[in-house]
Ligand binder design. Structure first.
Ligand SMILES: N[C@@H](CCOP(=O)(O)O)C(=O)O
Length: 466
C-alpha cells in the first residue's frame, strides 16, 4: 500500500513514512493510493471477531506487511489493554432505532484514545525500529491534547508539545493536559482559538527545514494513522447491530469538529461497509453544516459553546473528503485549496452538492437544544450524554428517517464537561481518575498565538533532539 498527497506533489511512500510525515510535505494530506475493498464473504468472517482482532484485520490492509503480523498484533493488544471496558467500544441501545457507541472507555475518557493509544505505541515502535526521534507537535480544542500526552508520556525517545486555546477548554480537559509533570511534555496555552493553534502548527510543519531538523511529527488527524484506527469502530458497531437485527445499512451520527472521525466513517463506507447516512452534527460553529446544506464552505464567526472540542471553524480533514469529491484529482484539490487560502471560501457546483448530500446529512445544534437533549435523554432513558454526544443525538433526531437505524458516536464521558451538565441540574458522579485531577498542580505556559514565540518554545523543548 502506497500513500500519496491530496495535492499530488509527494512521491509515493509506505505506511511508516506516511505516519512519520504526518502533514504531506506539499501542504496536502496523505491518503492511500487505493482504498482496500472488503468483500461480502470476508465481512461475514470478520463480523465475529473481537475488537482487537477486527482492528488487526482492518489496519493490516493499510500497513501492508511493513510491520510483521506478530508485532502489529502486540501493538494493538497493548493499545486496547488500557481500556476500562473489555469490548473497547461497547454499544448501548438507547431507543428502538438508536444506539450509542461508547468511545470513551480509554485513559482520558474521550474517543481520541482509540487512535492515540495506538499511535503512541506505534510511534514508540517506529522510534526503536528506525532509530528516529519523535518530537510531537499538536493542537487541541480539548480532547486530542490530553489523549496524545497520555498516549506517549514516559515513552523513550518521544517528546510532545501541545497547543490549546487558553480558557477555551473545559476544566477537566485543561487539568488532564496540564497536571502531567514530565520533562518530555510541554503545554502551551495560546491566547487565541483552536483554529489559530491549528494554523500555527500547519505553518510550522510547512517549514520543512525546521520540521526535519527537529524531527517534528503530527498526532492530529492530519496523520492518516489516526483516521485508520478510528475506521475500526464503524465496522465494530455495524457488526454488533447486525447481530441483533436485520439491517441493510446503518446510519451514523457523528459529533464533528475537525472532520477526522466522520471521514473515518466515509472511509469505512468506501471499503464496502454498508453505511447509510453519515450525519454531521455540529454546534454553533457550523461551517460543515452550512457546506453540506448549501455547498458553500466559508468560516463564520468563532463561538465558544457547551461542546468546546467542536469549536472549530476550519476542519483539517475536509481536504481529504474534497479529494474524493473532486474525483481524486490532485490538481483540482490544489486549485480549490489555493483559492480557499486567497478568498476564504469554497463553493461546489450543483452536481457536486448532490454528491455531498448523497454522502452526508448535517444538523447544527444550538446551545439550548444541546442542554435540552441532555435533560430529555437523562429523564426519559436515564442515560447521561456529554454535550458533544448530545449534539450527535439531536442531529440523529433531526436527520434519521423512521425506517432507519442509527448509531450515535458517544465521543466523550460527561464528567469531562460538568460545566454543561450542571446547567441541566444534573449531579453526576466523577470517575476517580477525574476526581483526583483537581488536587494536582498544573504545568503550562501561556503564550501569544504567534509563530515566532512558539518556535522559540519548541526549540527549547526539543533542543536535545536536534
Ligand atoms: N476536537 C479536537 C481538535 C483536534 O482534532 P484532531 O482530531 O485533528 O486531533 C480536540 O479535541 O482536540
Amino acid at each position: 500500500m502506497k500513500y500519496i498527497s491530496t495535492r499530488g506533489n509527494v512521491n509515493e511512500i509506505g505506511f511508516i513514512d506516511a505516519v512519520l510525515m504526518g502533514l504531506a510535505t506539499d501542504g496536502g494530506l496523505l491518503v492511500p493510493e487505493k482504498i482496500p475493498q472488503i468483500p461480502n464473504e470476508k465481512m461475514k468472517t470478520i463480523s465475529k471477531l473481537s475488537y482487537q482482532e477486527l482492528a488487526y484485520e482492518i489496519i493490516s490492509h493499510y500497513v501492508d506487511g511493513e510491520i510483521p503480523e506478530k508485532d502489529l498484533k502486540e501493538l494493538i493488544e497493548k493499545s486496547y489493554g488500557t481500556f476500562r471496558d473489555p469490548e473497547v467500544t461497547p454499544l448501548q441501545k438507547i431507543k428502538d432505532d438508536m444506539y450509542v457507541l461508547e468511545l470513551f472507555h480509554g485513559p482520558t475518557f474521550a474517543f481520541k484514545d482509540v487512535a492515540l493509544q495506538f499511535l503512541g505505541n506505534l510511534y514508540s515502535y517506529i522510534a526503536k525500529k528506525r532509530e528516529v526521534s519523535i518530537n510531537i507537535l499538536g493542537a487541541t480544542s480539548g480532547d486530542t491534547g490530553a489523549s496524545a500526552i497520555e498516549g506517549v508520556r514516559g515513552k523513550e525517545g518521544i517528546r510532545i508539545c501541545i497547543l490549546h486555546p487558553h480558557g477555551k477548554v473545559s476544566k477537566v480537559q485543561e487539568l488532564q493536559m496540564t497536571t502531567v509533570h514530565d520533562e518530555s511534555v510541554l503545554n502551551l496555552a495560546i491566547k487565541g482559538t483552536f483554529d489559530d493553534g491549528q494554523k500555527i502548527i500547519k505553518e510550522i510543519f510547512a517549514d520543512l527545514e525546521f520540521k526535519n531538523n527537529y524531527h517534528l511529527r503530527a498526532i492530529n488527524s492530519i496523520n492518516f494513522a489516526r483516521i485508520l484506527a478510528q475506521t475500526v469502530y464503524y465496522f465494530y458497531a455495524y457488526f454488533q447491530v447486525a447481530k441483533e437485527r436485520d439491517i441493510e445499512s446503518l446510519n451514523f451520527s457523528v459529533p464533528t469538529g475537525n472532520f477526522g472521525d466522520i471521514f473515518a466513517g466515509f472511509l469505512a463506507k468506501k471499503m464496502g461497509l454498508p453505511v447509510g447516512k453519515l450525519i454531521v452534527a455540529t454546534n454553533e460553529n457550523n461551517i460543515l453544516e452550512r457546506f453540506i446544506k448549501d455547498g458553500v464552505y466559508e468560516p463564520g464567526e468563532f463561538r465558544s459553546t457547551y461542546s468546546p472540542s467542536m469549536d472549530i471553524q476550519v476542519a483539517s480533514n475536509f481536504e481529504r473528503y474534497l479529494y474524493y469529491l473532486l474525483a481524486e484529482n490532485p490538481n483540482a484539490v490544489t486549485a480549490v485549496m489555493e483559492n480557499f487560502k486567497a478568498k476564504g471560501k469554497i463553493v461546489v457546483d450543483e452536481e457536486q452538492l448532490r454528491q455531498v448530500q448523497a454522502d452526508f446529512a448535517a444538523y447544527g445544534v444550538e446551545g439550548k437544544e444541546c442542554l435540552q437533549t441532555i435533560s430529555k435523554y437523562y429523564t426519559e432513558t436515564n442515560y447521561l450524554l456529554d454535550p458533544h454526544t448530545s449534539c450527535g443525538v439531536a442531529a440523529y433526531e433531526a436527520c434519521n428517517e423512521a425506517s432507519e437505524v442509527c448509531v450515535t458516536l458517544a465521543t466523550a464521558h460527561p464528567a469531562k464537561f460538568n460545566e454543561s451538565i450542571e446547567l441541566c441540574d444534573i449531579e453526576q458522579t466523577f470517575p476517580g481518575e477525574i476526581r483526583q485531577l483537581f488536587d494536582q498542580p498544573q504545568y503550562l505556559e501561556v503564550v501569544e498565538a504567534d509563530n515566532d514565540e512558539i518556535i522559540q518554545k519548541l526549540k527549547g523543548h526539543f533542543q536535545d533532539e536536534k
